[in-house]
Design a protein around this ligand. Sequence first.
Ligand code: HEC
Ligand code: HEC
Length: 244
Amino acid sequence: MKIRVVALTLALVAVAPAYAEPSAARAAGLDVRDYPWQAAAGEKGEALERKGDRKRGEEIYALCRSCHLPSAGGRADGSIPQLAGQHGSVLIKQMADIRGGVRDNPTMYPFAAVFTDPQDLADLAAYLEGLCIPSDHGQYEGTDADRQVAKGRALYEKDCRGCHGASGEGARHKFYPVIAGQHYRYLLRQMTEIRDGKRRNANPEMVGIIGKYDDEQLVAVAAYQASLRMPGKMCKAKTPARKQ
Ligand code: HEC
Ligand code: HEC
């Protein structure tokens, strides 16, 4: 019942244009109003304007560790995404979308629903963004891996690089996620859901592109994405999770 009330409050906040004049976030190029595919702008906008406190974020992350792991590296079986090193803007958007019901995530929803202050999202994002990306993430493991990666590379260069970057680094100010270091199985599952219209908060331009991919193309482009490396941002497994 309580969760329903929170969700309803968020839905109401989302329709209210509660914006003041140019803010710090706007000055930094981070404004959800520039992105029509963004929903639940109220909470997201507020969280983006706050300065995150890493220490506090680390404490709140205790709620998340059991699933996303202490390294925030997620699981290679694709059930749980890697969060370490993701752009703070992306983390805030995804958490707000999950809280606002725009991205379905019944497993995590009860954990995401407990926050009452956008500052919590800002703190979590600051903490997670500062972690290095564990480099032992799940890869495509078929015997034809080289062929799949090569085929995926051609697709990625043509259709995805413009937004997700040459090394899978995404773009912070545009809410384009870091892809490097993400698990192959998670990537494949997300793209399948994006293609099939099940991830409703996705960028429509990308939906138009991925919507035309067949299953084999999705496998190839996921294999390539999982092979990407972001120099200087990745660390070996079990080394301290903080960025140098
Ligand atoms: C019960 C397990 C569970 C817990 C606890 C949990 N999550 Fe998640 N989280 C998931 C799953 C599962 C997904 C992927 C859902 C999907 O496939 O779309 C996810 C996705 C996410 C995403 C989106 C990542 C992306 O790449 O788009 C973010 C951000 C996130 N979680 C943050 C958190 C934070 C922060 C906490 C703690 C407050 C938390 N999660 C607690 C299971 C959990
Ligand atoms: C116009 C820019 C754009 C293009 C082109 C684009 N993407 Fe995306 N992509 C995004 C944005 C924005 C998101 C985050 C969407 C959301 O909020 O859920 C995203 C999310 C994703 C995700 C989910 C990441 C996660 O952590 O959950 C995957 C996987 C992905 N894109 C792969 C691709 C692939 C593969 C291509 C090319 C075939 C592609 N994208 C083309 C902008 C783009």
